[in-house]
Design a protein around this ligand. Structure first.
Ligand code: DGL
Length: 268
């Protein structure tokens, strides 16, 4: 298939569910002229508890879909999908600009004063070789406390950002980090930035919360600039696909995405 290589072509962005909307928001504000396509693989969420093989397959299916849609670039708005699948995708599409994301270990190691950094992420991300390599490379001088957070993603998928249930679960994951002396906490899953207001109520003001949505948007901007593929606008309306019930996605969208969008079914 020929790749759409014009500056007005859209950008494909995907996640296991609604989490990547936190990244899509960063892209929208940095690159308002770009037309955006978003696939939420809600029929298979959470990726965090799936095998790398399964996730790689989903990455391939979704990337092929975006190719057919003529996307000029691909963003993996998911840490778990990136550790499992980005290397394969780059091999499969060597000429396609592909942006993945990883927990912000490097900036956190630079920012910490206590020398103790906490990482909230999925089981899949924390168990991956890619994450281990990230620690070896950037975290030799700091102590890193990792905390998998099963259950958080599923609650966020229902639009729950504030209930006592999610609050108690989040607290149980954050308390060990505070007890260990972390002054910097990495939000290593794209769902978690939506919990920032709740997290802020649980941790002292002095604790930094770091995520990489902004850095991903800037990296995308760099790649598009290098290839002279930046859109001049105006952007088309953002299009969404979900592999679960589109009606559920339509209901949750206004909470997590402030402007409108068109939602369709993506075959599971
Ligand atoms: N939002 C994804 C991430 O950044 C994964 C959530 C999931 O477990 O599906 O890791």
């Amino acid at each position: 298939l020929p790749m759409t290589n014009t500056h007005e072509a859209p950008i494909g962005v995907f996640d296991s569910g609604v989490g990547g909307l936190s990244v899509l928001g960063e892209i929208r504000s940095l690159l308002p002229n770009e037309s955006l396509l978003y696939v939420a693989d809600c029929g298979n969420v959470p990726y965090g508890e799936k095998t790398p093989e399964f996730i790689r397959q989903r990455c391939a299916v979704i990337a092929d879909f975006f190719q057919k849609q003529g996307a000029k670039a691909l963003v993996l708005a998911c840490n778990t999908a990136t550790v499992a699948g980005v290397a394969d995708l780059r091999e499969r599409y060597p000429d396609w600009p592909i942006v993945g994301m990883e927990p912000a270990v490097k900036p956190a190691a630079a920012a910490t004063r206590s020398g103790v950094v906490g990482v909230l992420a999925t089981t899949g991300t924390l168990q991956s070789a890619k994450f281990a390599a990230l620690l070896d490379r950037f975290a030799l001088d700091v102590r890193v406390i990792t905390q998998p957070c099963p259950g958080l993603v599923e609650l966020i998928e229902t639009g729950d950002l504030v209930s006592p249930t999610i609050s108690n679960l989040l607290r149980s994951y954050v308390e060990p980090l505070l007890a260990a002396g972390c002054d910097t906490i990495i939000l290593g899953c794209t769902h978690y930035p939506f919990l920032k207001p709740l997290l802020r109520q649980m941790v002292p003001e002095s604790i930094s919360l770091i995520d990489t949505g902004g850095a991903v948007a800037r990296q995308l901007q760099r790649l598009l600039t290098q290839r002279e593929l930046l859109a001049t606008g105006p952007a088309q309306e953002t299009q969404f696909w979900t592999s679960a019930d589109p009606e559920d996605f339509r209901k949750i969208l206004p909470l997590l995405w402030k402007t409108s969008g068109y939602v369709r079914f993506f075959p599971r």
